[in-house]
Design a protein around this ligand. Structure first.
Ligand SMILES: [Zn+2]
Length: 249
């Protein structure tokens, strides 16, 4: 449905020189339901084969984690006014240059944040209503993604600034105010870490995942506003296979 729109957005991003996540995506069509849904992603396009053949796929159910000392995580972010995009699969905000997260002493550039409804990861088998993914890229091309569970509760002032301008149809619009994204990350929380993949095609197995145990909240209205656009943009959990999940701080 949005092949042309997505290509156009890609061009617009290239023109703005925003470090777009789009380069990780093929332009082939995929969806969250029907014949182009998650069960068939691996056969939609040869670039997507790892979606079905991979052995380190994401998301996963976070359970039976090994307690451990996790690597130091440090966010060096400043508030900025992002461009907010509806890309046909989610609402996504592009990060301004210069926002860096260090993990295990390695710097990763914050690229974009986007949202899933319901959550993609589960904790002890349980979904949260939503999950935010803060996507980062290292100098070697490897990704660090911070996953934050979102529960219903207090309204969220930073999310309000994103939803205010989020296009109802594929397209993009700048936010009207600076957004303090650090307020959306419970960075003092214990977290789960494991090696995984993109949760959308091409499902590349290049992601260091960090998923925080502690959620943030949005209001019922804020949940409903997203669910109206994307009632289900969540890939089912994948087999853990031989991977280890470490839980700690
Ligand atoms: Zn995601």
């Amino acid at each position: 449905m949005n092949h042309i729109c997505r290509a156009a957005i890609g061009l617009a991003l290239a023109a703005l020189a925003i470090p777009a996540f789009a380069e990780e995506h093929s332009h082939a069509h995929w969806a969250y339901e029907g014949p182009d849904g998650p069960a068939n992603w691996g056969s939609l396009n040869s670039d997507f084969a790892v979606c079905s053949k991979g052995i380190q796929q994401s998301p996963v159910n976070l359970t039976d984690a090994h307690s451990g000392q996790n690597e130091a995580l440090a966010l060096e972010w400043k508030p900025f006014a992002p461009v907010v995009m509806n890309n046909g699969h989610t609402i996504q905000a592009a990060a301004a240059k210069g926002n860096v997260t260090s993990f295990d002493g390695k710097p990763y550039a914050f690229q974009q944040v986007h949202f899933h409804h319901p959550s993609e990861h589960t904790i002890d088998g349980k979904h949260a209503p939503m999950e935010a993914h803060f996507v980062h890229k290292g100098a070697d091309g490897k990704l660090l993604v911070l996953g934050v569970m979102i529960e219903e509760g207090q309204a969220n002032a930073e999310i309000a600034k994103l939803w205010e301008v989020a296009p109802q149809q594929p397209g993009e619009k700048p936010s009207k105010a600076d957004v303090d994204f650090a307020k959306l990350v419970p960075s003092t929380s214990k977290f789960y870490r494991y090696a995984g993949s993109l949760t959308t095609p091409p499902c590349s197995e290049i992601v260091q995942w960090v998923v925080f145990a502690e959620p943030i909240t949005v209001s019922k209205e804020q949940l409903e506003a997203f669910a109206k656009l994307y009632p289900d943009n969540s890939r089912p959990v994948q087999a853990l296979n031989k991977r280890t999940i470490v839980f700690g701080r």
